[in-house]
Write a protein that binds this ligand. Structure first.
Ligand SMILES: *[C@@H]1O[C@H](CO)[C@@H](O)[C@H](O)[C@H]1NC(C)=O
Ligand SMILES: *[C@@H]1O[C@H](CO)[C@@H](O)[C@H](O)[C@H]1NC(C)=O
Ligand SMILES: *[C@@H]1O[C@H](CO)[C@@H](O)[C@H](O)[C@H]1NC(C)=O
Ligand SMILES: *[C@@H]1O[C@H](CO)[C@@H](O)[C@H](O)[C@H]1NC(C)=O
Ligand SMILES: *[C@@H]1O[C@H](CO)[C@@H](O)[C@H](O)[C@H]1NC(C)=O
Ligand SMILES: *[C@@H]1O[C@H](CO)[C@@H](O)[C@H](O)[C@H]1NC(C)=O
Length: 348
């Protein structure tokens, strides 16, 4: 025990000596610091290179430690520049990885403290912790990670529903929640690293196009499994939605059909309706959390009512990395003609 402690302290002091920079974080290189190792994931496309994954984990961990001590979540741009400069010496060039997006000063979630996150989220943060707490155990199943991941992806709607900011804000909010959650258990390094691993590797389809280091062979099976699960969940949701919409329609048989044709256009070469994105926002009350009726691998599904009274289900894809999968799913489903299936519409 004493041996382990002294070893830890001496490793620690070696690194504190080497990083004599202005960085206010205590960033330690990831234990398997190996820049040839690009398998750590790209956080659903948040990083634009999955070789940045390990360095990003070190950065997140250091933010978590600081949050534990100071209650602050993100660095401001000056502070971050100092830290990225100091990381350069141990992790290679991290300046074009995408960490730059995680800075304070942009309002909203970027300026939240841990206390703000706790106050805003309350029991939702509790549920997230519960779902993610089981990560890192020897007997952990894949289900644990997907439960944790799904919860975390929902945290984006913590922000005010300002339409333009939403995509970007959502990411910042999710990371603010992640840093807050890990800060309360930051000494449990094994757990924290398992959380990073689970959430960071979420978008393997995208990661595989970003780098080719021959380490993907084993992962492809896992990817296939995810796509399969995603597809099944998606199809189930779609079938349920279709029946629901059909049911509502049969009640409200007096739909103003002509109006729908004047407001929305049909896309070329297909019979899909094109609906202006503005209309989608107003139909779903700005993608309000109260309208959520389901969660899939790629994002949440919202119920909504178009201005002509038509009921729709809107799938909000949070991560472009899953876009292709979703489009394939939609394309194949839209070829099916059946009295019990309604047709798809898509925003302009
Ligand atoms: C780092 O990568 C090299 C090969 O590129 C490998 O031999 C070595 O074991 C790796 N080290 C760690 C800690 O993963
Ligand atoms: C960042 O914070 C430091 C204090 O930690 C402050 O001196 C500096 O002016 C801030 N920079 C910006 C760009 O806000
Ligand atoms: C990564 O993304 C940042 C913006 O977040 C951009 O400035 C940088 O050029 C990108 N790097 C690469 C290699 O695409
Ligand atoms: C949302 O709006 C309220 C008041 O309009 C404001 O107090 C709050 O800080 C805003 N939250 C975010 C995340 O911008
Ligand atoms: C996993 O192990 C922990 C104790 O290490 C136990 O509490 C938990 O019930 C186990 N879970 C499963 C699914 O076996
Ligand atoms: C800081 O971390 C320790 C150990 O992980 C934990 O016991 C403590 O509650 C944390 N403090 C805060 C404010 O999160």
């Amino acid at each position: 025990m004493i041996f382990i402690v002294t070893l830890f302290i001496s490793i620690h002091s070696v690194f504190s000596q080497t990083s004599t920079s202005l960085c206010i974080l205590d960033i330690r290189p990831s234990s398997s610091a190996n820049n040839s190792n690009c398998i750590a994931g790209n956080w659903g496309g948040f990083l634009n290179n999955s070789c940045c994954g390990l360095a990003f984990n070190s950065y997140l961990y250091a933010l978590g430690q600081r949050a534990n001590q100071t209650n602050h979540i993100f660095l401001n741009s000056t502070e971050q520049n100092d830290c990225l400069a100091s990381m350069k010496s141990m992790e290679g060039d991290v300046l074009s990885c995408g960490f730059e997006k995680l800075i304070s000063g942009a309002g909203g979630c970027s300026d939240y403290s841990v206390t703000d996150v706790v106050n805003k989220l309350g029991h939702r943060l509790q549920s997230l912790s519960e779902d993610c707490n089981l990560l890192g155990m020897d007997n952990q199943s894949d289900k644990v990670c997907s439960a944790c991941l799904r919860r975390w992806e929902k945290m984006g709607d913590l922000s005010n529903n300002s339409k333009d900011l939403m995509e970007f804000e959502g990411e910042i909010c999710r990371f603010a929640v992640l840093v807050s959650m890990t800060s309360s258990r930051i000494d449990d390094e094994r757990w924290v690293q398992s959380v990073y691993k689970c959430l960071g590797e979420q978008s393997l389809p995208m990661a595989s196009s970003a780098d080719d280091h021959g380490v993907k062979v084993g992962k492809n099976i896992k990817t296939g499994l995810w796509i399969l699960i995603g597809g099944l969940v998606g199809i189930t949701i779609l079938v349920i939605l279709a029946s629901w919409i059909l049911y509502r329609r049969s009640i409200k048989a007096k739909l103003p059909k002509e109006k729908s044709e004047s407001n929305y256009s049909f896309s070329k070469g297909s019979s899909s309706l094109m609906i202006p994105i503005k209309e989608v926002y107003s139909a779903t009350n700005n993608l309000s959390a109260a309208n959520i009726i389901g969660y899939g691998m790629t994002g949440s599904v919202y119920k909504g009512i178009l201005s002509n009274g038509q009921h729709v289900a809107v799938k909000h894809i949070l991560d472009d990395g899953h876009m292709e999968t979703f489009l394939r799913e939609v394309t194949s489903l839209s070829h099916i003609r059946h009295p019990n299936l309604v047709s798809f519409a898509r925003p302009l």
